[in-house]
Design a protein around this ligand. Structure first.
Ligand code: SF4
Ligand code: SF4
Length: 280
């Protein structure tokens, strides 16, 4: 069979499609260049995914022989005082949604909530090892405190549900820590979320990242009740206009080890990084 794909005779060097014109014409085609770019991005992402998995596997070799392992995100950004402008923007949002909830109204932009639930007992321990990489999403989403969440609190029968909107807003604002994880949710403090579980957004109580779901499925399939967790850095930052950007670092900190240990129903038991083999 003759060679196919980019560079083969008679095919576009950009996208690998059969040539209908001259190679020069193909090279200036926006469609061809777009296809090539899409292919390069996809291949780079796949290489990166495999590299990350290999890095995790090498780290996991420090755990018990034959144990299941998972490569999860992790974050190690510094603690900083929460920015005053971010607190002000959050207060404006909170005033609005608390007012709507107190009036018994629905929210305009309620997020679609995840429905997946974990099957394994070590989820909380593993998330603790990650140090809440996904909480960066809470920065641009106002800690996921929506009208639906506040309505749920109001109707839950919990004493906090009886608070008036002004009291509720003041109480929630008072729970912003003096230092939080830089660029992350205002409530992302040094030991995790500073909001009690029943005060957190519905999203916060229901969301699990893709790697966590994969780890959960693998553990169920293998019948394992504990897991070697390898948390590797994932950079999450605010993009132009406040949109979230989830990207892998390109500054040499990619795949830096944040945590390694055994997660089980009993909690998280760190494994000494010194026992971990070379990652080069
Ligand atoms: S769901 Fe994923 S990103 Fe979020 S804390 Fe857990 S492991 Fe980390
Ligand atoms: S409210 Fe808590 S759980 Fe939710 S995003 Fe913020 S820090 Fe994370």
């Amino acid at each position: 069979m003759p060679p196919r794909g980019p560079g083969a005779p008679g095919v576009c060097p950009q996208c690998g499609q059969p040539l209908r014109g001259s190679p020069a014409a193909a090279c200036t085609s926006m469609m061809c260049m777009g296809r090539r770019r899409a292919r390069e991005v996809s291949e780079a992402e796949e290489r990166r995914r495999v590299d990350r998995w290999e890095t995790g596997r090498r780290h996991a070799s420090a755990g018990p022989a034959g144990a299941e392992f998972a490569v999860l995100p992790g974050q190690r950004r510094p603690l900083v005082p929460p920015p005053a402008d971010a607190i002000l923007a959050f207060k404006t949002h909170l005033d609005h949604v608390a007012g709507l909830a107190a009036a018994g109204l629905e929210g305009e932009h309620e997020p679609t909530l995840p429905t997946w639930t974990p099957d394994t007992p070590w989820i909380d321990a593993a998330c603790g090892a990650c140090r809440g990489a996904c909480c960066a999403e809470g920065r641009t989403n106002h800690a996921f405190l929506t009208v639906a969440t506040l309505n749920e609190l109001r109707l839950s029968g919990h004493p906090d549900g009886a608070l008036g909107p002004a009291e509720l807003v003041a109480d929630i604002l008072a729970r912003i820590p003096s230092e939080h994880v830089e660029g992350s949710c205002l409530f992302h403090g040094s030991t995790g979320c500073t909001l009690p579980r029943h005060r957190r957004g519905q999203m916060c109580n229901r969301y699990y990242c893709g790697p966590m779901k994969t780890a959960d499925r693998r553990a169920v399939e293998s019948g394992s009740d504990r897991l070697v967790v390898v948390g590797l850095t994932r950079t999450v930052s605010l993009g132009p206009g406040g949109g979230r950007v989830v990207a892998h670092a390109s500054d040499g900190t990619d795949d830096e080890l944040v945590a390694i240990g055994l997660a089980s129903a009993a909690g998280f038991e760190p494994i000494s990084p010194s026992a971990v083999g070379s990652t080069t």
